[in-house]
Design a protein around this ligand. Structure first.
Ligand code: AN7
Length: 358
C-alpha cells in the first residue's frame, strides 16, 4: 500500500516541481471536509455547509500546504536559511518544515501579539525567534528588507511557491464534492489564502475538472479591515491575532478574487468571531482558533442580512464551504477566557454527581 505523501505528491502536475525537487513534506493536506448539520439547518433546506478543517494539518494550520513547496524549492535551489514575519502560524509552519529540511529558520514576530501555542511551536522547532517592538506589518517590512540584502530566503506568501502550494485546498474541496462549491468563505489577513484558493479554482476550471467557479467571500476582523475600508490600518486590533494585519501583502490579488468571482470582502466584529468560535465548538464539535471562526461569523452575518435567501436554486442544494484555517489548541488563552472555569469541589461521589447535574 502506498501511503499518502502530502500535497506535492498528490497534485504535482499542477505545481512547479520536477523530478529533481526534493520533497520536504510532513504529509500535509488531505484535511477533512466536514458536513456541518447545525449550521446548514440555520441556512435552510437549500444549502449544505461544509467545514474545511485546516487545523488538522501537521502544524495545525493551512500554512503547511504552501510551506511544503516553499521549503522544498528552497532546498532544491541550495538555500541554507529561510526567514518570515508572522502572526504565528507561518512561523510555526516554517520552523517545522525548515527543521525537517535541515535549514536554518529565522522568524520575526510582533512582540506579545502571537498566540502561545504558535510561539511554543517556533521555539520547540528551534527557529531563531526574534520579537520586534512593532506589529506584523513592521515585521513584514523588516523581513522583506533583510531577504533583499542578506542570503536568506523569504517564505512569507509574497514567495509565489507559498501561493502555489496553498491552492491545493481548492483542489481537495472540488475532488471531495465532485464539483466546485457555490460559495467559499474564508478569513482574510495577509490575503494569501483567498488569492491561492481562487487561483486553484481557476486552474481546475481551465483543466475542465470543474464546470463552474465559486463565489469567494472573505472576512477581515473589524479592527483590522484595510481591504474592506480601502486604506491601511496603522494600528490593527482584534482578538483574532492571526489576522491582526493592517497592510496585507496580497491586497490587489484579494480584490481581483472578489471581483472576478463576484464575491465580497467584508468585516466581522470580535464578538461575532467569538460567537462563531463557540458555536463551532459547542454544536459542531470543531475547535478552531479565533481567526478561523471569521469565515463562519461571516456566513452567519450574511445569512442574517438575507444574502442566502435571495439565492435561487432549482433542485440541487447549493454547497457552501467555510475554511477553518487553524486549530483551537493554538490559542489556549483565548479559549480559557471565552468560557467559565470549572468548579472545584470535594473528591466525593455525591458532590461530583451533584455538580454534574445527574
Ligand atoms: C489561522 O501566520 O499571516 O489571508 O503570519 O494564521 O492568507 O494571511 C496568518 C494568517 C487566517 C489569514 N487564519 O490568512 C501568519 C499569518 C489563520 C491565520 C489567516 C492566518 P491570509
Amino acid at each position: 500500500m502506498k501511503t499518502y505523501q502530502g500535497v506535492i505528491a498528490r497534485y504535482r502536475k499542477y505545481l512547479p516541481v520536477t523530478k529533481d525537487t526534493p520533497l520536504v513534506s510532513l504529509q500535509e493536506g488531505n484535511t477533512p471536509l466536514i458536513y456541518a448539520s447545525k449550521i446548514s439547518a440555520r441556512l435552510g433546506p437549500k444549502f449544505k455547509v461544509y467545514l474545511k478543517y485546516e487545523g488538522l494539518n501537521p502544524t495545525g494550520s493551512f500554512k503547511d500546504r504552501g510551506m511544503t513547496l516553499a521549503i522544498s524549492k528552497a532546498k532544491e535551489e541550495g538555500v541554507k536559511s529561510v526567514i518570515c514575519a508572522s502572526t504565528g502560524n507561518t512561523s510555526a509552519s516554517a520552523a517545522a518544515y525548515a527543521a525537517k529540511a535541515g535549514l536554518k529558520c529565522i522568524v520575526v514576530i510582533p512582540k506579545g501579539a502571537i498566540a502561545l501555542g504558535k510561539l511554543a511551536q517556533a521555539l520547540v522547532h528551534k527557529a531563531k525567534v526574534i520579537a520586534v517592538k512593532g506589529n506584523f506589518d513592521d515585521a513584514l517590512r523588516l523581513v522583506r528588507e533583510i531577504s533583499a540584502n542578506y542570503p536568506v530566503r523569504l517564505v512569507n506568501s509574497i514567495n509565489p511557491h507559498r501561493i502555489e502550494g496553498q491552492k491545493t485546498a481548492s483542489f481537495e474541496i472540488c475532488d471531495f464534492l465532485g464539483t466546485a462549491p457555490d460559495f467559499h468563505l474564508l478569513p482574510v489577513g495577509n490575503a494569501g489564502n483567498i488569492t491561492a484558493c481562487w487561483k486553484g479554482y481557476k486552474e481546475y476550471f481551465s483543466c475542465k475538472k470543474i464546470t463552474h467557479l465559486p463565489c469567494m467571500l472573505g472576512f477581515q476582523a473589524k479592527g483590522a479591515a484595510p481591504i474592506v475600508k480601502g486604506y491601511p490600518f496603522k494600528n490593527p486590533k482584534t482578538i483574532a491575532t492571526a489576522i491582526r494585519i493592517g497592510n496585507p501583502a496580497s491586497w490587489e490579488e484579494a480584490l481581483s478574487a472578489k471581483e472576478e468571482s463576484k464575491g465580497l470582502i467584508d468585516a466581522v466584529s470580535d464578538s461575532q468571531i467569538l460567537s462563531a468560535y463557540k458555536l463551532l465548538a459547542e454544536e459542531e464539535g470543531v475547535f478552531v482558533e479565533p481567526a478561523s471562526a471569521a469565515s463562519v461569523a461571516g456566513l452567519l452575518m450574511l445569512n442574517k442580512r438575507g444574502f442566502f435567501g435571495k439565492i435561487r436554486s432549482k433542485n440541487e442544494k447549493k454547497n457552501i464551504v467555510c475554511t477553518l484555517t487553524g486549530h483551537g489548541l493554538k490559542d489556549p488563552q483565548v479559549a480559557i477566557k471565552a468560557v467559565s472555569s470549572p468548579p472545584v469541589i470535594e473528591a466525593k461521589t455525591e458532590a461530583v454527581a451533584k455538580a454534574a447535574g445527574i
